[in-house]
Design a protein. Structure first.
Length: 138
């Protein structure tokens, strides 16, 4: 039996831009991975995992998207990968990353043993923005 129109509309609004870019199968693997790994994972390791997800999605998006179309689900990812500063990159990508963590039902905000707040999203954004920086090759 098909879902009522209201449920379909709500599901469409919640559909992650990352899901639209990489497809249902890959996205579900990512959600499962985060659900399992985030609760006990170290932020410096998780941030690289999430950055690699973003790098993969970016490679797909570059091959098939219009980088100037702000309505394209990949626009924030593509704009962030073009060299904006870290804070702007996080602002652009935060909605898609927040949805990914929400879908995995895990938190991205953390508190250190000294009581300082930090974010897996921030660390992942930095890793993603520096994905192709190889100073030893310069």
């Amino acid at each position: 039996m098909p879902k009522p129109a209201k449920q379909r509309a709500e599901a469409t609004r919640r559909t992650s831009p990352l899901r639209k870019i990489v497809g249902d199968d890959v996205y579900e693997v990512w959600v499962t991975m985060l659900k399992k790994l985030v609760p006990d994972g170290r932020t410096h390791r998780l941030s690289i995992l999430v950055a690699s997800m973003l790098a993969y999605a970016s490679s797909i998006a570059w091959a098939s998207r219009d980088t100037d179309d702000e309505d394209d689900p990949a626009y924030p990812l593509l704009a962030a990968s073009e060299g904006v500063d870290d804070e702007e990159a996080l602002r652009l990508m935060k909605p898609m990353l927040t949805q990914l963590f929400k879908d995995a039902k895990v938190k991205y905000e953390r508190v250190s043993s000294r009581g300082e707040q930090y974010s897996i999203l921030w660390e992942a954004t930095i890793e993603f923005c520096r994905w192709h920086n190889h100073p030893w090759e310069g």
